[in-house]
Ligand binder design. Structure first.
Ligand SMILES: Cc1ncc(COP(=O)(O)O)c(C=O)c1O
Length: 379
C-alpha cells in the first residue's frame, strides 16, 4: 500500500520548482551570497505579511530566539518564563543568554502556555515571557500581554510553527514585543536549509537585532556590543521569496485536511481532536490529537504504512540538561500528561482526500478493535 508520510517535500517542490530555479539562477548570476537585495525583498514581504513594522532575516529559528533575547538585553541573573511543552530551542536559547528558564504549565486544550498560571511564576528577576504558538495555534496573547504590561516584562513570541496563523484577526509576528520564525525545511514556509526571522514593531529593538546579527557592528568594524553571525544567506532568502506565493494555498489545504480529520474523528471516544480557540485560525503546522492508547495507535498506523510524529515526548523540565533547574516529575502535570498522549498525524498540503480518509479510517479501526478487549477485560 502507498505509504502516507508526515512530509512530501518532493511533491511540494514540483509545484514551486520553476520559481525556485529562477531565484537560484538569479543569485548565481549575481554571485552575491550574503546580504543583498534578495534578503531585503524577503524582509519587506514578510513584514507586510505579518503586519509587523520590521522583519529581520536570521540564519535559523533558534538564532532568531537567541538574538531577540539578546536585543531585549536578557542576561545572567534574569529569568524568562516559557512553556516546558515546546521544541528545545525555546528554553535552550534562554539558557544561552545566561538567564534562567522558568516553566509554566500549558492549557490542556491548546497545548500553549496557560496565562492563569503565569503570575505565580513572576519574581523580581523575571524579564520576559516567551509564549510558543504550538502546532500553528497562537497562544492567548491578550491575557499574556496584560500580565506582561503590569509586571513590566517583554513578550517574545516563538512563532516558529505559526507563519500565517492569526489571533483575533491579527497575524502571529505582531502580537508581542518581538516574534521569531523558523524556515527549517519542514516548516509551513520551509527553506532549502536553515532560516529564520525576527519581526517587531519596536524601532529600537529592530535596530538592535540588525546590529546583533552582524557581530554588534554599528559602523563597519565598530562594535558597540557583542553579537554574532546570525545572517540569513542570500540563496535561502531568494528561495523563500519564490515559495512565499504558494504559502496561502498550502496553508489553506492544511486547514481543509484538518477540517476533514475533525469530522471523521469526531466520534472516536478515545481520541481528542485539536481544540482551536474561536478567535484563532491555526496554520496547522501539526495536526495533533490526544490518544488514550497513543503508542498502540501509532504502531497500528505504522503497520498500515502511515507516518505519525510525537511532538514532544519529554517535557523540557524533565530533560537531563535542565536538571540544574531542580524541577521534578509532577511539577507540570498537564505537559507531562500531554507528552504521553500526543500524536501528530500527516497534514502536509500534498495529501489528497482519500489519504486523509485512510488515516482516519485506520484510527477508527484501531478504536473499534480496542473496545471489545476493554469490555471483556482482556489485555
Ligand atoms: C517551537 C519552535 N521553536 C524554535 C524552533 C527552532 O527553529 P530552527 O530549527 O529553525 O532553529 C523550532 C523549529 O525547529 C520550533 O518548532
Amino acid at each position: 500500500m502507498k505509504p502516507i508520510t508526515m512530509l512530501d517535500l518532493k511533491s511540494e517542490f514540483s509545484l514551486v520548482e520553476d520559481g525556485v530555479r529562477t531565484a537560484i539562477d538569479e543569485v548565481l548570476e549575481s554571485q552575491h551570497f550574503v546580504g543583498g537585495s534578495h534578503v531585503g525583498v524577503l524582509e519587506e514581504e514578510l513584514a507586510k505579511r505579518t503586519g509587523a513594522k520590521h522583519a529581520i532575516a536570521i540564519g535559523s529559528g533558534t538564532d532568531a530566539i537567541l538574538v531577540a533575547l539578546m536585543a531585549c538585553e536578557i542576561a545572567a541573573g534574569d529569568e524568562v518564563i516559557t512553556t516546558p511543552f515546546t521544541f528545545f530551542a525555546t528554553a535552550g536559547c534562554v539558557h544561552r543568554t545566561g538567564a534562567k528558564p522558568v516553566f509554566v504549565d500549558i492549557d490542556p486544550d491548546t497545548f500553549n502556555i496557560d496565562p492563569a498560571k503565569i503570575q505565580a511564576a513572576i519574581t523580581p528577576r523575571t524579564k520576559a515571557i516567551i509564549p510558543v504558538h504550538l502546532f500553528g495555534q497562537c497562544a492567548d496573547m491578550d491575557a499574556i500581554n496584560d500580565i506582561a504590561a503590569s509586571a513590566g516584562l517583554r513578550v517574545i513570541e516563538d512563532a516558529a510553527q505559526a507563519v500565517d496563523a492569526t489571533y483575533k484577526n491579527r497575524y502571529a509576528g505582531a502580537l508581542g514585543d518581538a516574534a521569531c520564525f523558523s524556515f527549517y525545511p519542514t516548516k509551513n514556509l520551509g527553506g532549502f536549509g536553515e532560516g529564520g526571522l525576527v519581526t517587531t514593531n519596536d524601532d529600537a529593538l529592530a535596530e538592535r537585532v540588525r546590529q546583533l546579527r552582524n557581530h554588534g557592528q554599528t559602523d563597519q568594524y565598530h562594535h558597540q556590543f557583542i553579537g554574532g553571525n546570525f545572517r540569513l544567506n542570500t540563496m535561502q532568502a531568494a528561495i523563500l521569496s519564490a515559495k512565499l506565493p504558494h504559502l496561502e494555498s498550502f496553508n489553506g489545504r492544511r486547514r481543509a485536511i484538518a477540517k476533514q480529520y475533525d469530522e471523521l474523528l469526531a466520534n472516536v471516544p478515545s481520541i481528542q481532536t485539536p481544540k482551536i480557540a474561536e478567535h484563532n485560525q491555526s496554520c496547522y503546522h501539526q495536526y495533533s490529537i490526544l490518544a488514550d492508547d497513543r503508542d498502540g495507535l501509532r504502531q497500528h498506523l505504522t503497520d498500515a504504512s502511515i507516518g505519525s510524529g510525537i511532538y514532544y515526548p519529554i517535557p523540557l523540565h524533565l530533560q537531563p540538561c535542565f536538571q540544574y533547574l531542580e524541577y521534578s516529575e509532577g511539577d507540570f502535570p498537564v505537559s507531562e500528561a500531554t507528552a504521553k498522549r500526543i500524536l501528530s498525524l500527516p497534514v502536509h498540503p500534498m495529501l489528497d482526500d482519500a489519504d486523509v480518509r485512510r488515516v482516519a479510517g485506520c484510527i477508527v479501526q484501531h478504536q473499534s478493535e480496542a473496545i471489545p478487549a476493554e469490555a471483556t477485560g482482556r489485555s
